[in-house]
Write a protein that binds this ligand. Sequence first.
Ligand code: PMP
Length: 452
Amino acid sequence: AATTALADYYQQQATAKPASMDAFWMPFTANKQFKAAPRLLASASGMHYRDVDGREILDACAGLWCVNAGHARPRIVEAVKRQIETLDFAPNFSMSSPLPFVLAQRLAELSPGDLNHVFFTNSGSESVDSALKIALAYHRARGDGQRTRLIGREKAYHGVGFGGISVGGLPNNRKWFGPLLPGTDHLRHTLDIQRNAFSQGLPAHGLELAEDLERLVALHDASTIAAVIIEPISGSAGVILPPDGYLQRIRQICDKHGILLIFDEVITGFGRVGKAFAAQRVGVTPDIITAAKGLSNGCVPMGAVLVSERIHQAFAQGADNAIDLFHGYTYSGHPLACAAALATLDTYAEENLFEKAIELGDYWQQAIHSLKGLPNVIDIRNYGLIGAIEFAPRDGAPGTRGFDVFNDAFHKGGMLTRVTGDVIALSPPLIIEKTHIDQIFERLADIIRGVA
Ligand code: PMP
């Protein structure tokens, strides 16, 4: 029955609506509400989706912050097709295939500093949990195994693994799931609408929040702290930017106390802010980078953890026949994902897409800030080709106004955005042109007036 269903689906040119929507338990979704008024995408190309009713939807969020090269790019499509015909799967435990080596080398060349060694995963969540485990094992490998504390930040999103939600700082993602990892702590977040409302680029106020890390060092002693994990820009919490100088100061404090610094670049990686990684744009080199999303342009799941020479060296000291890291996934370095990623990196390079976020940055900034003054807009934030518009919550019902804008953007404006609470987040594919930027903000302005 299942194969007939797929054949039927393709025959109807992928626009068929499912006969029943009961069985699919959708992730991070108000399932009842969604199923009453679904938003169903059927196909995609370049800057646009088409929904099952045949309407064109302008993609203002690169899917879920991942389709940085735009949809269904021929080079990537070809690479995946060719790869599945050639080698559909290869184990990567104690054997491998050539592509993960080629891809890892490419990533090492793109990475900041000496982050020259790459561990492959299948998602951002897996990258985060892998990075936390690598940090703990690194200290232990060096005889410093009492360093076990992991520090994250309030409002941080580091995926949904137990490590990620433990260092993460979004209450809804934590409170349902028990005591989480012991020995975690959180720095304060850096969102300060009172002082920084409508800042353009990095906000001026809040550098002093980095001193939270010194406070935790004083409280717990540096000798117990393994790592600090930070999104250079918090995406999922609604695009929270680091105050000017904040990441530099965190780096200094980590260096002073022998604490590893992990940048979670699952959203900020691959051109979102004008360089391969945000680390390079802000001029701060972490010890570990977690990546996913734009790595494979979203079309085949893939994540990666990039680590420095120093960290890699610590694992290389055992006997030649000793396994150096007891960690991995069946699909680490999957050949389809590697092919998709290599073709994606080629596309970024050939079309200079990483530079687009700088070239178009001023235009984007002016366009998004043109919404200032619209009803209930209390803050607008931007950096590179990422941005957010925050609304005052409706009385007693935080989140409703944001959801209404999101919903109307889709149904009335033919546009895909992302909503968290009362924040509308935007992170378009990097192939965006000025005309698309104009469309996004003209449509949004209309919609925001409409939901007032
Ligand atoms: N880290 C960050 C910073 C993210 O934004 C996300 C996803 N939005 C993740 C981790 C988790 O990635 P995934 O959904 O691929 O597990």
